[in-house]
Design a protein around this ligand. Structure first.
Ligand code: ATP
Length: 677
């Protein structure tokens, strides 16, 4: 067992860890560093792991289901699955580049034939060299066969390099095709799919599928090379003497079995020690994390974490020592078996020679063919294992694509009227998928006339954002309808519906791109010219922010990248509003647009929202700042998913008023100041 530096999650070299290695790297990428999945044996768990994590640290991710898949295979199942594995790789490669695939297949087949012809030529050389007579005459007689050996070796080398070039060309194309296929679909699925945990787990696993698809090309080529070479060696042996094939099997089966056993042991060991390594890595990350840094210092957490890091590292070290001993013993036993079977095979060969049942030339060729055959069989076993494991991730990718196709946003639908007069929620109810409690919206009637400001107010969790998302077409009602004049939104062309709406959501996305793109992405197909962007920035009060950035519009707004710049929450919010302005849609949905803005900026945003309505734009405003809904044409008050009141500000504030008036008075009393004039 090779020693692996503590904290490194790289797989043991030569282990059955193609996927083990990938998982190791995944571990490094994952924040939070949860441990490996249900490892075949969790080994010793340190006190620190028990105390900090309640046991060994394990992942809870989609790809985790394949942990241990390597261990499912035995020689028989592997051989049975080989055709299916090769067929699925060929299908992938064919989609990516059929010409390169044909080239690789031709080169592999040609290489196998060259090897078989080479072995026959070797046999001819030996027959001539070992024949009775003058040495020079024997060498001359062996000349043509020797040339044939050289030519087949040359052809073999040329074909191998053609296969390598073809594989190298195929690999990145397969990766691109597989990546495009799933990303293209995932970007077009319904929001409910993205939020569905099962879909997410599948996505989690499937995103490794593209990389696996790329690797499958290499492993599949190796498998095919080994299989063809094996068939060539076996064919030649059968032709030379019928007893030779069983000899090849006798000699190579134990060594193939031993490679599989050693690979499995290493795979198991990797999973045992890596969880300690990951737990340690997590502590390392926490110690250096910028967010944790103040608490680490003030609460003196550093020594505490370091102490536990040491305990975990020591557990990992003990595990590795134990495994190294185990691996050495297994290797020794396996070598013993291989030695015994080899001795048996060569003994039988000697016996055949001794009894005159076989020529010396045939025996010489047989030795070469048996050696070639056994090397190929070993390679076949190990590469087939890798291929199998990669295929699991590719199968996930295929399942994800099928699932995504099932959940795609319908590409067509009924055309919406050019000018929609009113959007009407009619008895709309909606419960989030997977939630079996109260519905988020319950029998809601809301009318949104064009060119008006409609405000949605209510306590946290009362359903305001959900209502806005249904309006945007992100979810469909479970019952009831959302009518855009005469067209039910459920039947409408969704692309057209999305096109009518601009959103400044509470959690609008902060794209790790330049300021320019952060605004222009509101309508990515529109020109990115400065005039349009400047106008949007002025509207949102973001012009000063842009002016203060080191490279103006072209400043990268992403932390942790060279040249990246950090802006405040309020500045981001202005950019978000500028983005919605740049989108220039007929309906503007603003969900808590001013939560991070200072008082003056807030006032300005609400004034602008009013001005928009005056220009004919429909505004749906969600806010907790009740004084800012004074100018709304209609206010809907929601409570636990139901509309409990609606009317104009004046209507809701009448002395006999209910919830809105109460909430308004509570809020305004917080601002009351005894000395106010
Ligand atoms: N993606 C989601 N999945 C499951 N439940 C959700 C989801 N989003 C919201 N909910 C639930 O739906 C209900 C309504 O939430 P919603 O976000 O619409 O309320 P809100 O009135 O906008 O609240 P706030 O004022 O806090 O923004 C809440 O019970 C909330 O927990």
């Amino acid at each position: 067992m090779e020693s692996v530096p503590a904290g490194s999650a790289a797989p043991p070299a030569g282990s059955g860890g193609a996927a083990g290695g990938r998982r190791g790297r995944r571990a490094g990428r994952r924040k939070g560093g949860r441990g490996p999945g249900p490892a075949p044996d969790t080994g010793e768990v340190s006190e620190s792991e028990r105390l900090l994590f309640g046991g060994p640290l394990r992942y809870d991710a989609g790809w985790d289901q394949h942990t241990g898949s390597f261990l499912e295979l035995n020689l028989r199942t592997m051989i049975a699955r080989m055709p299916r594995l090769i067929a699925s790789t060929v299908r992938l490669a064919h989609r990516a580049d059929p010409r390169a695939l044909r080239r690789v297949a031709g080169a592999e087949l040609g290489g196998g034939i060259a090897q078989a012809v080479g072995l026959v030529a070797v046999n001819q050389v030996l027959v001539q060299v070992l024949a009775p007579g003058d040495t020079s005459e024997r060498l001359v007689a062996a000349g043509p066969a020797l040339i044939a050996v050289a030519v087949t070796a040359l052809i073999g080398a040329l074909l191998r390099s053609a296969s390598t070039a073809g594989t190298g060309r195929l690999e990145p194309k397969v990766f691109r095709v597989a990546t495009e296929e799933y990303l293209g679909r995932v970007a077009r699925v319904e929001l409910t799919a993205v939020e569905d945990e099962e879909f997410h787990k599948l996505l989690d696993s499937a995103q490794w599928g593209a990389e696996s698809a790329r690797r499958m090309i290499k492993f599949c080529t190796s498998v095919v090379t080994a299989a063809i070479s094996l068939i060539a060696a076996a064919g030649v042996l059968t032709v030379l003497h019928p007893a030779l094939l069983p000899l090849l099997v006798l000699m190579t089966l134990p060594s193939a079995w031993s490679s599989l056993t050693i690979a499995r042991r290493r795979y198991v060991s990797f999973h045992i020690w890596v969880q300690h390594a990951r737990a340690g890595q997590l502590l390392g990350r926490l110690l250096t994390d910028a967010q944790a840094a103040p608490e680490v210092r003030v609460h003196n957490i550093g020594p505490f974490l370091l102490r536990h890091f040491r305990t975990m590292a020591e557990t990992g070290e003990r595990e590795q020592t134990r495994l190294a001993r185990l691996a050495a013993r297994t290797g020794l036993i396996a070598s013993g078996w291989t030695g015994l079977t080899t001795a048996g095979a060569y003994g039988t060969l000697g016996l055949l020679l001794w009894t005159g049942a076989m020529d010396l030339a045939v025996a010489g060729t047989a030795v070469i063919a048996i050696r070639t055959g056994s090397t190929n069989l070993e390679a076949l076993v190990v590469q087939l294992n890798y291929l199998y494991e990669e295929s699991l991730f590719v199968a996930d990718l295929e399942r994800l694509c099928e699932e995504a196709d099932r959940r795609l946003i319908p590409p067509t639908g009924r055309t919406l009227p050019r000018e929609v007069g009113t959007i009407r929620f009619e008895k709309v109810s909606f419960t989030y998928p997977g939630e079996d409690g109260e519905p988020a919206l319950d029998d809601v009637d809301v009318t949104i006339p064009a060119g008006r400001i409609i405000a949605l107010v209510g306590n946290n969790g009362s359903g305001k954002s959900t209502l806005a998302k249904l309006l945007c077409g992100l979810y469909a009602p479970d019952s009831g309808r959302i009518m855009w004049d005469g067209v039910d939104a459920a039947e409408a062309d969704r692309a057209e519906l999305f096109d009518r709406i601009a959103v400044v959501a509470q959690d609008f996305y902060r794209w790790p791109f330049t300021a320019r793109i952060n605004v222009a992405i509101g309508r990515p197909e529109a020109p990115y010219d400065d005039d349009r962007l400047d106008a949007a920035a002025r509207y949102a009060g973001a012009d000063q922010t842009i002016g203060s950035l080191p490279h103006g519009w072209d400043t990268l707004l992403a932390r942790g990248y060279k040249g990246g710049h950090q802006i405040s929450g309020g500045q981001w919010q202005r950019l978000g509003i500028a983005r919605a302005r740049h989108r220039d849609a007929r309906i503007l949905v603003v969900d808590e647009p001013t939560s991070a803005l200072d008082a003056e900026a807030e006032q300005r945003v609400f004034d602008q929202i009013r001005a928009l309505a005056a220009e004919g734009q429909t505004v749906v405003l969600i806010t907790h700042r009740l004084h800012s809904v004074r100018h709304a044409d209609e206010i809907y008050v929601l409570e636990r998913g139901r509309v409990i009141e609606h009317g104009s500000f004046e209507e809701l504030m009448r002395p006999a008023g209910g919830a809105f008036r109460r909430m308004y008075r509570v809020q305004s009393s917080q601002y009351a100041y005894a000395g106010e004039d």
